[in-house]
Ligand binder design. Sequence first.
Ligand code: GDP
Length: 409
Amino acid sequence: MTIAAIAVALVIVAAIAVVLARKGRAALQGPTSKAPSALGPSPARPAVAPAPSPPSGPRAAPAGTATAGAPESLAPSAGVADHPAQVAPAKSVAPSPRDITTLRKGLAATRGGFVAKLAAVFQQKRELDPATLQQLEEIMLAGDVGPKTTQTILARLGESLGRTELRDPDAIGAALRAEARRILGVAGGGGIRLTGKPTVVLMVGVNGVGKTTTIGKLATRYGADHKKVVLAAGDTFRAAAVQQLEVWGKRVSAEVVKGKEGADPGAVAFDATSRAKEAGADLLFVDTAGRLHTKAPLMDEIKKVRKTIAKALEGAPHETLLVLDATTGQNGLQQATMFRDALDLTGVVLTKLDGTAKGGVVLAICDELRIPVRYIGLGERAEDLREFHADEFVEALFGQADGPIASAS
Ligand code: GDP
């Protein structure tokens, strides 16, 4: 073989090696650079798999800048590893596990009380015989589930379980959770929907249940979401209530509309609605006096407030939320009945669930009144208000603290 032939052979081998190397690299990068991301096709996507960078982002690197063979998460792809802003969207689109731990912590008292007692019955591995049924009934009544709802749950348990399942504590537990989920899943639950501009939210409830605090928490949440919020100090009877609202207003930079002490709450609500409209606010929260639900004139007054708001803005208030203190148990249920009969309630905010071992009252509210729970309060801080969702609530209440998030069905 001549030197020329050897040189030609070497060139051919080198060319083949280059082609093979390119193919190999394409195979490594292919799936990440071609697969459409959750946000749509990303032609200029770098090789860090979970980070969908904007297609025309200034730092988007051309495909193929990753180091072939390096583990993908460590590959120094330009424009990703050194630019956290581009990594951030991946977090928001990735299916994040529900923050059930915080909810579980907030419900610790009820988990340790009413729920722990129920669990103890099942741990005895007993069948659903009359004695067990009676035990369950007593626990549920003590946990503020209420007589009517307790009967409904127990009757349905018996109906839904087959003969063999009646002897299976796991099956009974699962049926109980499914029943709780059915009861709590009243249509219309979850957070406020912004259906108006402004969306007017009227807060009602007796004294001390947490109306003003809940308004402050909601204002904080929507303020952080860049919504323009106005607050109406409709509790004109107590100077302290107005001051409390002003403190929240200052904290979240929300305008507070107030009247003179003892002013007509309807007039304050009217002014606040007009002001919120004029200011282009997204939300107006109207605080009201904690009137005694048993005193008809006071109930009439709140109906008047409602009508006045409607005069200032057609279709308002969009939400009338009854705030109930979970620690008041069955008394809270009575309050709810009176308020529901007097006003068109769109939901309940159940506060102070962190302070009761009898959180079963939430089942009674949903079952007997068919009013959806919209938020729950798990403490005094702004972040302690949580949108209510039946599935996660049941899971946090009945699920195992250290186990995986099991299906509630
Ligand atoms: P209002 O009279 O209905 O306006 O009630 P407030 O908003 O003044 O609240 C009465 C008290 O309940 C205050 O001390 C609040 O901090 C407290 N509070 C409100 N919500 C919660 C909650 O979810 N958990 C706990 N532990 N305390 C709460």
